[in-house]
Write a protein that binds this ligand. Structure first.
Ligand code: CA
Length: 244
């Protein structure tokens, strides 16, 4: 679908894009190609299962509302043979049941409309996590940025050598920010991902958590690692020492 006459040998992850809306297919095919992915499109659920069986994919982007076979059934079918990362895409207003999502084995989900950048960040995140799937059990997954280090399996957080005790939501929030370091996450995305339908109270809850995180992780060596974009959201700054 997206052949490039590239002399340089680069690893381009293969994406199976399961989507029936042409406008999304066009935009994503072009956008993901530009971001370094090879895209194969399946336009209904049945085609998705067939394409998946015929190819080798690193990640599946799976729309829920599909002709012939629902996204949920496609997910179940894929899960019978593969632990490939699956990101479920739902339309706005479609009630997404995260429990069901986990039960059928989806790794993440996004809601339309979304920004390409957000989607690419999610894809890269599941691919990074996927890198570990062949490891022995008990391996430690780690997110690092400058002096900050998150151990995902043990839910421990360190700034330099010092362990910082985080509450559950604080850890989830920091993990999400770190996974997307250098990118802006909107307030909506953060609330949706960290709290989902648990989010009660006014919109200050998020700011209170960010404030507490800052007080815990920002010190003389790592000042202002979480940047506020007023009216938009937050961004975890990429540490100069961590950038390539
Ligand atoms: Ca659809």
């Amino acid at each position: 679908m997206s052949k490039k006459s590239n002399a340089k040998v680069t690893v381009r992850p293969n994406v199976l894009l399961v989507e029936d809306e042409e406008s999304f297919i066009d935009a994503l095919s072009i956008g993901l190609d530009r971001e370094g992915f090879d895209v194969v499109v399946a336009r209904d659920g049945q085609e998705a299962v067939e394409e998946f069986g015929a190819g080798r994919f690193d990640v599946v982007l799976l729309d829920l509302m599909l002709p012939k076979m629902s996204g949920l059934d496609v997910c179940r079918a894929i899960r019978q043979t593969s632990d490939v990362p699956i990101i479920v895409v739902s339309a706005k207003g479609e009630e997404i049941d995260t429990v069901v999502m986990l039960e059928i084995g989806a790794d993440d989900y996004v809601t339309k409309p979304y920004r390409l950048r957000e989607l690419v960040a999610r894809i890269r995140a599941v691919l990074r996590r996927g890198d570990h799937h062949d490891d022995a059990e008990g391996s430690v997954e780690i997110l690092e940025q400058g002096p900050l280090r998150l151990e995902l399996d043990t839910r421990r957080c360190f700034v330099g050598a010092n362990e910082v005790k985080l509450r559950k939501k604080e850890f989830a929030l920091l993990e999400l920010l770190l996974e997307n370091a250098g990118r802006v996450l909107t307030r909506e995305q953060l609330i949706d991902q960290v709290w989902g339908s648990d989010y009660v109270g006014d919109t200050k809850t998020l700011d209170v958590h960010i404030k507490r995180l800052r007080s815990l992780i920002e010190d003389g060596n790592s000042p202002h690692v979480i940047t506020t974009l007023r009216g938009v959201g937050y961004r975890y700054e990429v540490s100069p020492s961590a950038s390539k």
